[in-house]
Design a protein around this ligand. Structure first.
Ligand code: TYM
Length: 335
């Protein structure tokens, strides 16, 4: 049977990139009969500077966004990563499986640490190993994520394969987890720079559309979004050298459930003055039901905490036997 795991960092409110790239894809997976585990990865959020006083509320915010987007706490385990200590326990074991050469190829560390990598936390460097532990501690088979997580998923597969080889005694201990990446929306870019991804950590809030933004804010952000002076092209080829136009057309396609080609068939030859209001309309009507449900849930701390508690219990039920097996396989003492 399939097992699905995914997670998001509680480093700020979720945005349209998180939704279109990943969260949207989690909802239908609940109908496949697979066991689903969705966590707020608070331990990953500690790898950069953060405020411990706000972290628990951020975890609640991520959980509320999951539910608002359609993740059903009856069918899926929704939980905080730190509430399932088996993630941390497997993390150490996998740190001893991962190779320095593999880690040094990780591009996200280089991007996030910047030039001054001497000052980055060690946790930021080993971040992808903890991510592998998140996945493998459930023996997850499928991981629905945005395009930017591809390299991390490849590392998880390398770690799983290496563990199987070194400790499996001929058996497959960990199935190799498959990334599940959507054809549209997997790479939503910043509204201010079409070459940068839309991100929670962008200092400008105008660069992203948040799931909690109201209609006016969304319309304003789209109106201000960076574009070029040309009208929209007739074919997808014409978008290749125009990152901002490509992003907005891609967004419209993802929001309305059509293809880039279909959007260009409709808007090719038109200017952004005509296209942007349509895009704003699509974004507003798409986000409104999510943001309304989010606003309701976030006011009910007791309900969110009950969901997180139940989710952690269910997640532990799945993770504890896996860790017990792995402890034996790596040769930990037991009486
Ligand atoms: P995070 O918190 O950066 O993002 C959460 C999810 O949203 C996707 N995403 C995007 N998709 C499209 N366009 C964008 N602009 C965009 N920005 C973010 C991400 O691909 C991701 O699916 N390392 C992960 C969190 C994590 C995880 C895991 C994921 C920790 N452990 C185990 C899966 C399985 C991260 O930083 O995601």
């Amino acid at each position: 049977p399939d097992r699905i795991l995914s997670g998001m960092q509680p480093t700020g409110g979720l945005h349209l990139g998180n939704y279109l790239g990943a969260l949207k894809n989690w909802v239908p997976m609940q109908d496949t009969g697979a066991e689903c585990f969705f966590c707020a990865v608070d331990m990953h959020a500690m790898t950069v500077e953060y405020d411990p006083a706000v972290l628990p509320d951020r975890v609640r915010g991520v959980a509320a966004a999951y539910v608002a987007a359609g993740v059903d706490p009856e069918r899926s385990a929704i939980f905080a990563q730190s509430a399932v200590p088996e993630h941390a326990e497997l993390n150490w074991i996998l740190q001893c499986v991962a190779r320095m050469g593999w880690m040094e190829r990780m591009t996200q560390f280089k991007d996030k640490a910047g030039k001054d990598s001497e000052r980055a936390s060690v946790g930021l460097f080993t971040y992808p190993v903890l991510m592998a532990a998140d996945i493998l501690v459930y023996k997850a088979t499928h991981v629905p994520v945005g395009d930017d997580q591809k390299q991390h998923l490849e590392l998880s597969r390398d770690i799983a394969a290496r563990f199987n080889r070194d400790f499996g005694g001929g058996e497959i201990v960990f199935p190799l987890p498959e990334p599940v990446i959507l054809p549209t929306g997997a790479r939503v870019m910043s509204l201010k720079d079409g070459t940068k991804k839309m991100s929670k950590s962008d200092p400008s809030d105008n660069a992203r559309i948040n799931l909690h933004d109201d209609a006016d804010t969304i319309a304003k952000k789209i109106k201000k979004a960076k574009t070029d002076p040309e009208p929209l092209p007739e074919t997808a080829q014409g978008l290749e050298t125009r990152p901002e136009a490509k992003n907005l057309v891609g967004l419209y396609a993802a929001l309305t459930g059509t293809s880039v080609e279909a959007v260009l068939a409709e808007f090719g030859g038109e200017g952004f003055g005509a296209f942007k209001p349509k895009l704003a309309e699509a974004a507003v009507s798409y986000i409104a039901p999510i943001s309304e449900e989010y606003a309701r849930l976030i006011g009910d701390k007791a309900e969110i905490d009950a969901i997180l508690k139940r989710g952690a219990e269910r997640a532990r039920e799945a993770a504890v036997p896996v860790v017990a097996e792995i402890r034996d396989r790596v040769g930990y003492w037991r009486p």
